[in-house]
Design a protein around this ligand. Structure first.
Ligand code: ZN
Length: 124
């Protein structure tokens, strides 16, 4: 495990922004993993569990396959983390902020999955 993040909370906040364009199937997988993580105690266990789902989802992205899944993950994670650091410092109002709005959409999507309100997605 690379040392890109100090704890699960920080890891999750980057992941939430990073997965915005992932497929519904990946959203389902990641949503369920986050749910499992709620029941785990240890931060490194949570990161390990969620990261396994992220890595699996990256296999749907041609760029990630070309570059190498782990390299791609590290690059995306670093970029997203920097974007969020910049954002946290500069965000004035979440209403007209694209980063905040995107985050809200993603969080709602993940919550819906865990509440089972979304129809089951069948794999092709
Ligand atoms: Zn914002």
């Amino acid at each position: 495990m690379t040392k890109l993040f100090k704890n699960y909370e920080e890891y999750l906040s980057v992941i939430i922004t990073m997965i915005r364009d992932f497929s519904d199937e990946s959203f389902n997988r990641i949503g369920l993993a986050i749910n499992v993580c709620h029941s785990l105690q240890d931060d490194s266990e949570k990161i390990f569990r969620l990261n396994a789902s992220i890595i699996k989802s990256l296999w749907e992205i041609p760029d990630a396959i070309n570059m190498g899944i782990h390299q791609y993950f590290n690059k995306e994670f670093e970029q997203t983390k920097r974007l969020l650091e910049y954002h946290d410092y500069n965000c004035k109002s979440s209403i007209d902020c694209i980063v905040c709005q995107t985050k809200i959409i993603t969080v709602n999507k993940l919550r819906d999955i865990n509440e089972g309100t979304r129809p089951k997605i069948h794999s092709k």
